[in-house]
Design a protein around this ligand. Structure first.
Ligand code: C2O
Ligand code: CU
Length: 503
């Protein structure tokens, strides 16, 4: 950080955020007073109060994106950037977001982790018609609950999400933050099939209890090697490039901090298929939020695995001046671009030690380490139990099922508002499935038969391969038809979707 950097303590947190947003994210900063907004580098999104409702404009369009120095790819982005503009909302605030579709194909936006009204949920064919090329669609909702959320396309995600239609959505708590910080950065992780690099082994497995497995690794070696194109065996994309905030190292934008600061990183995995295991060299990380929802107290670990669509807020005290890499420990990932420098002021020319692959001897985050807060609405209705067996992908097939059926043949979870739904997932397939519920969050009660000491709150839970199991529970408080699906687009496309019908 240069001489123009602000002194911590000399500005309010909101002002400070504005500065860090400009410096680090190239996205949006919030100015003091909370009214105006600084447009980021793209500058196209506008925000103004219209009758007390904040209005934001997003345009989805095709674009060329320089993913790494000299490496340009055809992509899709919101307002010409990847990730799209980071939206920062105040908890409880009403927002109107006008999506203009400048793509040559339909699209929609889903507000992942936000308790929106059903008609604003962005699921084509269920909650809205696809937004056709040239059309606009206006989303309007109240920003709740607070936390690290994100937004992304929900139309042909295996293509559109893969090409860059995603961005962070941060809802700042109305009450004081339980874990205050001086500076923050959002880091959005993504896997890319550019057809130009060496295919990476699919090692994404088992974030739930760290048990891991070899299924994906084997598949990676057997089915994915040597194709050199966009698609591998079984029609799955071959991921060869890994990015942080849309860029592969050395194009990743360094994160600047100052000694003594409490820094929060908001980790968001926007990948279609890949689990990332994130480490900050020289520091331990304190997990404070799971999918945006606060824990009772931080959990200190060395590395944090994130399945697709998962988010973790992690905090650390900046007490080891120097230059350090934030990176993924999965084999090949840092080399494929997934590393970003974290530089203390005054250490801009320091040499950072190279990333070390693997997690031997390191403490990994696991679901059962966290103790969640009781933040979900209390039930007032019946208790209902659902047993969902996840299966598919046999012999490389692209059929993925819940209780033996492919969506739309899957049985919906029928609930009344106020009911307490308990869902047990059992995974009989060879791949992990990050299961995501729209419209409301759930508690994770147990993982692989082991009860959590105090259930954590999430909206996406990774069910491990090879007989992994997870039990979640939620109060059906948001009426409507809600997707409950595997967040890997190929699996979703293959049928691993059911509906929670809340009447
Ligand atoms: Cu983040 Cu149905 O999606
Ligand atoms: Cu899946």
């Amino acid at each position: 950080m240069g001489a123009s950097a602000v002194k911590p303590g000399s500005l309010s947190r909101r002002e400070f955020l504005g500065v860090s947003g400009q410096a680090g994210l190239g996205a949006w900063g919030v100015m003091a007073g909370g009214g105006a907004l600084l447009a980021g580098q793209a500058g196209a999104a506008q925000r103004e109060a219209v009758g007390g409702v904040r209005e934001i404009h997003l345009e989805a369009r095709e674009m060329t994106w320089e993913i790494a120095p000299g490496k340009r790819i055809k992509a899709m982005g919101y307002n010409g950037q990847i990730p799209g503009p980071e939206l920062r909302l105040r908890e409880g605030e009403r927002v109107r977001i006008v999506l203009k579709n400048a793509l040559p194909e339909p699209t929609t936006i889903h507000w992942h982790g936000v308790d929106v009204p059903n008609s604003m949920d962005g699921v084509p064919g269920i909650t809205q018609k696809p937004v056709q090329p040239g059309e606009t669609f206006t989303y309007e909702f109240e920003a709740t609950p607070a936390g690290t959320r994100w937004y992304h396309t929900h139309f042909q995600e295996h293509k559109q999400l893969d090409l860059g239609l995603y961005a962070p959505l941060i809802i700042e708590p109305a009450r004081p933050d339980p874990f205050p910080f001086d500076r923050e950065y959002s880091l959005v992780l993504d896997d890319w099939a550019t057809g130009t690099g060496r295919p990476l082994p699919g090692t994404g497995e088992g974030t739930a209890a760290g048990r891991g497995g070899m299924g994906r690794m084997m598949k990676g070696m057997m089915g994915r090697g040597g194709m050199g194109g966009m698609m591998g065996a079984g029609g799955e994309p071959v991921y060869d490039t890994m990015t942080i905030n849309g860029k592969a190292y050395p194009a990743t934008q360094p994160l600047k901090i100052r000694k003594g600061e409490r820094v929060r990183l908001r980790l968001i995995n926007a990948s279609a298929d890949t689990t990332h295991v994130i480490r900050l060299a020289g520091h331990r990380l304190n997990v404070t939020h799971t999918d945006g929802n606060p824990l009772m107290q931080p959990v200190e670990v060395d590395v944090v695995p994130l399945a697709p669509a998962e988010r973790y807020d992690v905090a650390f005290l900046a007490d080891r001046p120097g230059a350090w890499f934030v990176y993924c420990t999965q084999p090949g990932h840092s080399g494929a671009g997934e590393q970003v420098l974290l530089v203390y002021e005054g250490h801009e020319t320091d040499e950072a030690q190279a990333p070390v692959e693997g997690t031997a001897g390191l403490r990994l985050w696991r679901y059962n380490l966290g103790q969640g807060l009781e933040i979900l609405p209390h039930p007032s209705g019946q208790e209902r139990f659902f047993d969902l067996t996840l299966n598919g992908g046999m012999m490389g097939s692209d059929v993925w099922t819940i209780n033996g059926r492919q969506y739309p043949q899957t049985d919906p979870l029928r609930l009344r508002k106020g009911d307490l739904a308990r869902v047990r997932f059992r995974n009989q397939s060879m791949e992990a499935h990050p299961m995501h519920l729209h419209g409301q969050s759930f508690k994770v009660l147990s993982v692989n038969g082991q009860r959590l000491p105090a259930s954590i709150v999430k909206d996406t839970v990774d069910v491990e391969a090879h007989m992994g199991s997870v039990v979640v529970e939620f109060t059906a408080h948001n009426p409507g038809d809600w997707f409950f699906h595997c967040h890997k687009p190929m699996h979703m496309e293959g049928g691993m979707i059911t509906l929670a019908k809340i009447g």
